[in-house]
Design a protein around this ligand. Sequence first.
Ligand code: GLY
Length: 404
Amino acid sequence: MTDTRRRCSLSFLALCVVCLCSCSSSITKEKLCVDNLNFSTQQLKLQYKLASVAKRNPRTTNVDGTMHWTKETADWTDGFFPGSLWYLYEYSHDKYFMKAAREMENLFISNRFSTQSHDLGFIFNCSFGHDLRLTGDAEARQVLIDASNSLMTRFRPEVGCIQSWDVNSGWQANRGWKCPVIIDNMMNLEMLFKASILTGDSAYQKVAVSHALTTMKNHYRPDFSCYHVVDYDPETGAVRSRETAQGFADDSDWARGQAWGLYGFVMCYRYTKNPVFLEEAKNIAAFIMNNPSIPSDNIPYWDYDAPADLRGRPRDTSAASCTASALIELSGYAEGTYLDYAKKILSSLSSPAYQAKLGENNDFILMHSVGSIPHNTEVDVPLNYADYYYIEALLRLKNLSSKK
Ligand code: GLY
């Protein structure tokens, strides 16, 4: 064989190896998505049968192992079960899921006029938001606008933020806060961006941008970790304190808070294309992905700084699934290893260590999430939002694979 022919053969061989490797990795990715979305459709079909009889949305599991349904007054987790059903409709094109999602979201439709909490974005964008996106339904459009108008009443102009919690009742009344804003609130902004698009009124978007910029300034530490709660003086806008409510300590890194912030800033970049939001998202992602306290399967402890002897230091699959979903979106905007990290999370979540068996776990998909250890509620349990962001992440990954 001449030198030139040998070089050609070697190059051809190398090309084949590269093709085979990338092919098998995309087959694996496709399989990860399809197998687990198929499983999710089976599991949530079972859960829907229970929910349809109870006429309530599933939230988590009680300490005695029974189902815990969402409460009737605006429950911040209300939108996630119908939202998961909408995603499964998008995946399967099976009208069964469309009907089921409509039935479950209509159970809380009247709460769109509630002005007592900031959670309206979680509740209505994750349910009626998908209804509008997938069906163009006129009622869903109006529900999003009504809920956005309710959320706008909580904007405090001196602060530049939407107030998260009221401080005159519940456990929040005992903390001495005046205008608490929690990092979770970044997730409610998506509905406001949509409301501006739907109505042509930029007021909603202006509030969302103001909230995000103020949060970036006051919630984040120099290493791009965040506090859970920043309390403001509503008259002057001054920061009164930086604390935690659901984390281990004021200065610790509550895992779901890091995920909410990451997801929130990626989403703000999607709607605004403002590079400061992308930069913030990349910095938060770097903080999470390089964090030595996250175990090698990429599923964080409920708080990165939680000591091992506190309640057995449970993991939080809800933080993991939300992070995976955000990183998949981020991988479309910036170079980096975001996708690999997200795939590792999804592979771990899809393993028997975290994924329930069919018909078990009250028919939730994932096990091992944490609601709030300081409040001693929902410790090491399934949570409807862990499932929602897991399905969302699998779909996002699948859509990336199909585009390729
Ligand atoms: N938004 C409440 C929580 O993350 O637990």
